[in-house]
Every structure is written in C-alpha cells, then in structure tokens.
Design a protein around this ligand. Sequence first.
Ligand SMILES: [Zn+2]
Length: 57
Amino acid sequence: MLSPELLSVLCCTVCKSGLNYLPEKNLLRCTSCGREYKIKDNIPIMIVDEKENEYER
Ligand SMILES: [Zn+2]
C-alpha cells in the first residue's frame, strides 16, 4: 500500500500535475495527461516509457 504522504509529494514527470492512486490496477495515473506509472514493491516507477504508454491507449 502506497502511503498518502508519498503520494502527496509525487507528480507527473511530464506535466507536473498530481497523481491518482488506482489500487485495483496498482498504478498511479496523472490527473491531467492520463499517463500511468507502475508501482513495484510499493515504490512508484516514475520513468516515462513512451512505447508502453502508447500500448495502453
Ligand atoms: Zn501528466
């Protein structure tokens, strides 16, 4: 489970907007551009993978 404190300091690396935590998918989604960030071992992977994001759309 991701801590609210950690979530509150994270932001989208692309547009700097806030992120929503989606527990059912275990990922973070940007509230503005919709980019998704995976969470591994409770650590958000804040690296933008352009190809992977294109696949998910
Ligand atoms: Zn964004």
